[in-house]
Design a protein around this ligand. Sequence first.
Ligand code: AAL
Length: 415
Amino acid sequence: MKLKLTQILVFCFFAFTACQKPAEKETTPTETQTVSQEEGLNPMQEELDFFGITNKDHLSAASKRALKWPKLSNKWFGEFQVHDLKGDLAYEEGVVRRDPSALIKVDGKYFVWYSKSVGKTDGFAGDIENDKVFPWDRCDIWYATSEDGWTWKEEGMAVGRGEKGAYDDRSVFTTEIMVHDGMYYLVYQTVSGPYNVRVKNQVGLAWSDSPRGPWTKSEAPILSPADNGVWKGTEQNRFMVEKKGDFDSHKVHDPCIIPYNGKFYLYYKGEQMGEEVTFGGRQIRHGVAIADNPKGPYVKSPYNPISNSGHEICVWKQDGGIGALITTDGPEKNTVQLSPDGINFEIVASIPGAPHAIGLNRELNTGEPFDIFGWGMTHQYMSYDYQYIRRFEGKRKTTHVGRGESGSEKSSDEE
Ligand code: AAL
């Protein structure tokens, strides 16, 4: 069938107009703010009153987000103070004591384990065979005891570095303690030399029938980074990658084992090859590996990463699930998050900056919100070379006195 020129031109005209994006309908700001019923937002008057929203038919994006928050209370809203310790854990020039474990109490004494090294940090520019590249390089795990949680006695080394060539011959550091069935387990980070920028960091385990040791070490790491990242080139640069791999393709850090649901949940921080920065800072995420026995084998959850932010691990049993304090890095830093199953965490509070590298005092965990933060251990940088362990104290914040107010106008949550 031969098409006439006019027919072709008419066809082209309609084809052209059909492809054009419809002209943006000019809308005034108020029209774009009209609540969209398909979002399922049908706020009750008391919700509108609580959030101070005047007109439910003109909800801003922020009001829509607020109306979608879980039932809010301030049960997990609180603040922290930090204090110096006395005795052997007071600051000591020339010595690094950092990344304290949770506290346990045995025969009336508190016990804490921590990373200890001596000397200043040289960095990577020199002779890494003989230098100290990080404050946590050339560490061993030491422990201390206290009657009152304020004055501490350094008892000695608990777990030392391995023989030359072992997976933990360069540093053993950043430890957590678990007590189970009368046995004591220390889980910690390990590095095998040479400690260059791209070295992989793994996790080791040691156990004893006494908090004072002697400790028996696992023959091999119980957790390793994912092996699906690919470095680019040979330069010791951790950001140049052919392929990033999983969230934990470079380092597995800050291990903490919680006996939960008849199994053992090893929570840890992952560092990724080719790490990037988001609007919350470094891209740091948490994962969990689960085992039937304390000594493993630990199998990484298919749901990893189970956080999108964070740094050191701070987790505890809460309401039949697991609670987590997310600090330091990521868009959700400075939040308390709860999960019903140890995997799916939701934000329940955004709090002012919490101490870093917390060692919880698990005997305070009554289940009441925020009790777990009554007091515990943290560390502080006196300088990049030297850090020391301190005590934090946390308490719920249920009243607020506005700047310049006398305090009589206190608002409080009587929950
Ligand atoms: C800490 C922890 C790990 C890191 C270093 C020492 O905050 O995340 O232990 O390796 O910093």
